[in-house]
Design a protein around this ligand. Sequence first.
Ligand code: ADP
Ligand code: MG
Length: 381
Amino acid sequence: MVELCLDDVTRRFDDVQGTETAVDDISMTVEDELLVLLGPSGCGKTTTLRMIAGLETVSEGRITIDGRDVTGTPPSDRSIAMVFQDYGLYTMMSVRENMAYGLKHSTDLSEAERNARVEEMAEMFDIGELLDRDVTELSGGQKQRVSLGRAMVREPDVFLLDEPLASLDAKLRAEMRTELQQIQEKLDITTVYVTHDQKEAMTMADRVAVLDDGTLRQLGPPEAVYENPADRFVADFLGNPAMNQLPATTSREDGRYDFHVAVGDRRLRFASIPRGDLPLDDGDPVTVGVRPENLRLNDPATADFEATVSVSEYQGNDNFVHLEIGSRELTAVVPPTVRPSPGDTVPVTVSPDALHLFDADTGGELRRAQDGKRRSETVRY
Ligand code: ADP
Ligand code: MG
């Protein structure tokens, strides 16, 4: 049960162009879970991880492990293991020697005890057969297993991974994702996992921390971050295809809010929701958002508007339908049996339960889509 805390942590870099804030006032607590730091390239993920490891100095703020302030502590005194994308194995050594190396230098275990731990961990990562091989003989996937096993065998308090699967091919990546998750759960080590891949984040994380430009935008379980994104950035970053987002104008009707989108010189009523207690007045600008799987096609009785099909992309288990309303574009994800042709006009229904509203200026969330209203409940064919 190890608790890792980041308390208003900031990292600035000074260079010839001035000061850059790579990590801006981030706070979070990670405890007995796999927390994924997710965000686009350059948003500060690696810098955050390196500060936790002690490889990067902290400009402001505090890092604690189980209440112990480690902000200025050298990496070797933190009981942290870190794994990178590029394995970092000692190429002159065998797999066994690589895995035993850290134990030899940081513990008093006898050789027999070291071997026992290495062999147990090697079993877990399914590399038992490779222990006496030279690491240069291994495939990329095998090298990454050795690198993960070498980190885990030390039984660190905190396990840090920086895009460890990024250089593996898609199939291997999916396999390793599942395996790593199982091993992390079994060993129950507080883990911070960095990736820019939302799929990796959604499938592996107990909780996801979404970063943008050095700031923490939202932290929560994958379902919460997906279903109730705190702002437009998070809404856009998670989900493939991305959430449809359009600028709209509010009109207060009897007991309802209608949201109109300008399409050329037309005003299209995009969606309508029961009034509730939103802080919106007639004429207020907002951004409306709806996930592609929450657009229903071909139900004239409930349709909000009509759109023209531009492209229909058959995916096997799904069909991505790209739609146009004037110069606006929308994407719908529909069952594979729904396959309209380019040029078709289709009725489009926006489920009121699935409508997201964001502040037009700040991009902050104004209205959550109703909890639990997922595709299975909102879209029926
Ligand atoms: P990520 O891992 O999310 O891709 P990084 O943490 O590597 O992002 O980088 C965040 C920002 O900090 C980037 O703009 C990067 O250029 C900058 N940065 C990282 N390390 C240094 C450094 N040693 N010196 C100057 N700028 C740096
Ligand atoms: Mg990085």
